[in-house]
Design a protein around this ligand. Structure first.
Ligand code: CMX
Length: 133
């Protein structure tokens, strides 16, 4: 793993959350992007070398809507950047970790992404991501 790329935070009121995180991080949102496949709106803010990704559900079927109903607002996932997502998926599978998607899919912010199931990772949803060059 190269570094912590971003922390995903599930929020109910996106406008209000943007205002809070822009104030705390003393920066402006640099990207807003819908991911229709995930039924989620994503909003990114730079935090030093890492980023904060605010996640807002676009429908009740979204994983974010389900998460908010069950757990409320808060940290949804940690995302680690890798050089070769295919190699990392293979490495983690060989170690017995369950990948939610074993084929990388296109995520927000120009990245290939894959998720590890939180049941094997002490309750933390982990994403691995690779920049699309
Ligand atoms: N962090 C930690 N635990 C989580 C979680 C999260 N983000 N989301 C769900 N869980 C837990 C639930 O609490 C539940 O635990 P228990 O069995 O102990 O009650 C368990 O996982 C199953 O949860 P569920 O509500 O029944 O939901 P599903 O099994 O249908 O889905 C998950 C859970 C993680 C497989 C699904 O949310 C998923 O595929 N996530 C990956 C995709 C995603 O999150 N997309 C949104 C972000 C997209 C982006 O960043 O671009």
């Amino acid at each position: 793993m190269k570094k912590l790329d971003h922390v995903g935070i599930a929020v109910k009121d996106l406008k209000e959350a943007i205002s809070v995180f822009e104030t705390i991080l003393n920066t402006k949102v640099y990207k807003e992007e819908d991911v229709p496949e995930q039924q989620v709106k994503t909003v990114f803010l730079q935090a030093g070398e890492s980023k904060i990704e605010l996640l807002h559900a676009l429908s009740d079927e979204s994983a974010i809507a389900k998460f908010l109903n069950k757990k409320g607002e808060g940290i949804h996932h940690l995302a680690f950047e890798v050089d070769d997502i295919f190699a990392e998926i293979k490495r983690l599978q060989a170690l017995g970790y369950e990948l939610i998607n074993s084929e990388p899919r296109k995520g927000a912010d120009d990245k290939w992404i894959a998720f590890l199931h939180p049941k094997n990772t002490h309750g933390v949803l982990i994403e691995i991501c690779q920049k699309i060059r």
